[in-house]
Write a protein that binds this ligand. Sequence first.
Ligand SMILES: [Zn+2]
Ligand SMILES: [Zn+2]
Length: 552
Amino acid sequence: MADTLRVTFLGGLGEIGRNCLALEQDGRIVVVDAGLMFPEPTMYGVDLILPDFRWLIERRDRVDAIVLTHGHEDHTGALRYLVKDVNVPIYGSPLTLGFARHRLSEAKVAKDLTFIEVADGERRRIGPFEVEFIPVTHSVPSAHALAFHTKVGVVVHSGDFKLDLTPIDGRRTDINRLAALGDEGVALLLADSTNAEEPGFTPSEASVGVALRRLFLERPERRMVVACFASHIHRIQQIADVAHETKRKIAFMGRSMEANVKLARKLHLLRVDSADLIDVENISRFSPGEVCVICTGSQGEPLAVLSKLSRGDARNFKVGPDDTVILSSHPIPGNEWSVGRVIDDLHREATEVIHSGQEPVHASGHARQGELRTYQQLLRPRNFVPVHGEYRHMVHHAELAVSMGLSPKHVLICEDGDQIEVSEKGIRRAGKVPAGFHYIDGSAGDLDERPLEERRMLAEYGVLLVSAGVDRASATIAQPVAISARGWFEGASDHELLLTLTSAVRTAIQEALAEGNLDSDSLSKVAQRAAGRLLGQRYRRQPVILPAVVVL
Ligand SMILES: [Zn+2]
Ligand SMILES: [Zn+2]
């Protein structure tokens, strides 16, 4: 049999989040990333969404390693669930592993794991492959693209990237190495599609520093409070730099902010003078113009610092008319509403608010069309599969690749659960594996689709309890049909409906009794169906109906 490489997509193709895929050669498997996704507001009580790891767990004996492209949650956040069943060495840059290890320790699963740090440009044997770690620029330092040297040729995974030519740490995407791989011949490219709908080039991270500097200089008397992602070390660096330049002391707020700053300083990836730092408790000792607060909560997360500040709930520090709050971020789809509430509440405190809709205080970490074209040109892959995006992003990315000269035969749009095979001949679909959303409810544990659907119905229509008692000897209703509801009925206006409903249920039970039905469970179903039919047909309502017909 000719050599083939199989790729199984377990997450991230069709949504932004829970990135995970598996490369397989000669029966050996290497996993790339194990990320989580945050729920939509209608996924009631869901805290996290994971990839469905069953396919990997069933093959755990064949899995050799997990390789991480970078430290973002959508690439590392599901590790703590995966490593319980698949305990294999985890590879990544020191910062990527530092972030991952911190969260694994918090979850108390880090103890028996093996972490293997890799350096930029390093090439090493991992499972059946030689793997190269190629530096790329992104919204977290030390991110990598991966080049797998396989039996069918080089497979490049772009990681999350942009082509920032003036990165804060001077560590550019290694375009030369990518071009060399292109010359060698790339059998398959898997590349980040997040911004594939956006024309042009993503601005450099450095452009954010220019905007921040101006805003700080324009406000010498004001206390500056800047919220950003705790993992965005380069953003934090730029905020700290303008704070230093404008002679402000810096207070870091937020658990993840403090932990990440500590780690990044230890790894010499963040340079902040200890003399510039103050504790939050001491903010009031300085006049507003002497202080800069750097905090979490830029996505409106209810428990993060910025939300607490906006509600006046933070200990030791309250914002008011002397403060300017900068949201150095862009809301992730789904978070717009909560970010809006936080901005509103800050206005209630008479605080000035500046966000990315008004000033260029944020730059994306993902490549736009211009950079994606450059990438295609550098690598000139024989086959291409867009990854990391919602469906429309991947379609645009595929079209872009075709417009760059790739034959549509060699471009596949895949979704979670798809398997493909790459060989000398090209690329083909090779099957499907389970890859649905795996919901985690922090208080209840795993959650299936069904209880989640019930929660949606409860939220939309409420719940109805239908009860009655039946006397077995006489086969008659002894305890009259009673209906109580939550989340819907409102006193007198629904009185008629209640009567109609009660009567419909009573009739249905009586008919069933006349047919000799004396079983509690099946009479309960009869009552449930009668109530459901009437409410659905006449009132277009689908509450959760809990029937309790008891035969005594
Ligand atoms: Zn990502
Ligand atoms: Zn990322």
